[in-house]
Write a protein that binds this ligand. Structure first.
Ligand SMILES: [Zn+2]
Length: 452
């Protein structure tokens, strides 16, 4: 069922959303330390004022999470609308055209840290509850609103805390969240990727040991030199190719939509014997090539190296931490084995952090609903399922069996890149693009809770 609003009413709803978004950006929720509580209280106050009872849960001093529920008949299981209140640093602020915590509206944009990631989604989620409540429409499903702390630093005080301590407040069949539903221009076509999967985390520590000694005597077998050899190998050798289901569907859909030579080349990525060659040699856009690489392989990046603390002492031990990421269908043990096979014997390997990949069916029926409403407002929209390399709240929610999809629609202007604005200076959302996204989103959610 669609929301019974006239064009003029949509306009005033949009005005209301923009005002709230601007106000929400003004809460400086840079994580660390986060300090999301005042922002959570702000949203709770709006919910209460609209007759929806909020719960503000402090997971640690200052770390606020706000949850609310619009009741349905219970005929179908709930839908969770997920958002995080924290943002990444905006330093140095002098790089910004408008101060990052001003929520300034200028030049057709709303500016500020969090405008895109992801306070715009938090407000869209809020508006969904408000508009459905006001409409008096009968819902088959409960609609749950969760705006949480700490996503940018690993979710410990937000999604992870709720999953472990308050699962009943957020349990749902589907969760809708970030990183999806915005458009990207490719070969003159507008592609809307929707996140259906997130890579898992597998951080590793590699330890090399060797004879200690005095720095004045050469030690070609020292721990530091052994470790350096392993790091060099990890930089040069590639881990094996793996084709996961969400990536297979993504490549096929994208190839079919683009057609021509590009389409043919993309389809070659499905072949284990051709993919690495195509990525290395045939993709002129190196950024894109790296993204395709990460979609088709587990990866490890050496990030923290430790050894010795005196210039004239050869240390007996050297360690390197690896940021490892695993594809859906792969386990931390698989990655450990791949790293071992590459660097050879003589190293101790241990896990630092493990989090499984989260993956939904790329052909889940909900995808058709997303597509229908995007196409209603952008008939040229091409919708494809997508795997993201990082993790979001979705990886935690999926532990409760919630089917999490990144769907936060937004129309970007030609030449605007989501990846560049996300966490970048001058983060902003165009008013036109947000207006488009908000209407698509509200119509989608309305159908999901009444007819799906
Ligand atoms: Zn985010």
């Amino acid at each position: 069922m669609t929301i019974p609003l006239k064009d003029q009413e949509w306009e005033s709803l949009f005005e209301e959303a923009i005002k709230s978004l601007s106000e929400l950006i003004r809460f400086k929720t840079v994580n660390p330390p986060g300090n999301e509580k005042p922002a959570a209280d702000y949203l709770a106050e709006i919910l209460s004022r609209n007759g929806i009872e909020p719960k503000v849960i402090e997971s640690a001093p200052g770390r606020g999470n706000v949850i609310a529920r619009l009741k349905g008949t219970g005929e179908r299981p709930p839908i969770l609308l997920d958002g995080h209140l924290d943002v990444v640093s905006a330093e140095p602020e002098s790089e910004w055209k408008h101060p990052p915590f001003s929520g300034k509206i200028a030049d057709g944009y709303i500016w500020g840290r969090g405008a895109l990631d992801m306070k715009q989604t938090v407000i869209a989620n809020l508006m969904a509850l408000l508009v459905l409540k006001r409409s008096g429409m009968k819902l088959k499903r409960d609609l749950i609103f969760a705006a949480v702390a700490d996503e940018e630093a690993g979710c410990k005080y937000g999604a992870e805390f709720l999953v472990e301590n308050h699962p009943d407040l957020i349990k749902a069949e589907y969760g809708l969240g970030e990183i999806g539903g915005f458009c990207m221009e490719m070969s003159g076509k507008r592609i809307y990727p929707i996140e259906v999967a997130e890579k898992g985390v597998c951080w590793l520590r590699v330890r090399a040991k060797g004879e200690p000694g005095h720095g004045s005597i050469p030690a070609p077998q020292s721990a530091v030199i052994k470790l350096a050899a392993a790091v060099k190998i990890l930089g040069e050798k590639k881990l094996p190719y793996h084709l996961s289901e969400p990536v297979r569907v993504f490549i096929i859909r994208l190839a079919e939509s683009l057609g021509g030579i590009k389409g043919l080349m993309l389809k070659r990525l499905l072949s284990p014997s051709l993919a690495d060659f195509i990525i290395d040699r045939m993709l002129p856009d190196k950024k894109l090539a790296k993204s395709f690489w990460a979609m088709l392989h587990n990866t490890v990046n050496p990030t923290v190296i430790r050894a010795g603390d005196k210039t004239n002492v050869v240390p007996s031990e050297a360690t390197c931490e690896l940021d490892g990421r695993i594809l859906p269908g792969q386990t931390p043990e698989d990655l450990l084995r791949e790293v071992k096979e590459n660097i050879g014997d003589g190293y101790e390997l241990e896990f630092i952090k493990r989090m499984p990949a989260a993956s939904q069916n790329p052909d889940d029926p909900i995808m058709k609903i997303f597509e229908k409403h995007l196409k209603a407002h952008d008939p040229a929209a091409i919708v494809v399922p997508n795997l993201i390399m990082g993790f979001t709240n979705g990886s935690h929610y999926s532990r409760l069996g919630i089917k999490y999809f990144g769907f936060s629609p937004l129309k970007l202007k030609p030449g605007e890149s989501f990846q560049e604005l996300f966490h970048g200076f001058n983060e902003r959302v165009s008013l036109d693009g947000y207006k488009f996204g908000l209407r698509v989103f509200l119509e989608t959610v309305s159908e999901l809770v009444t007819d799906f």
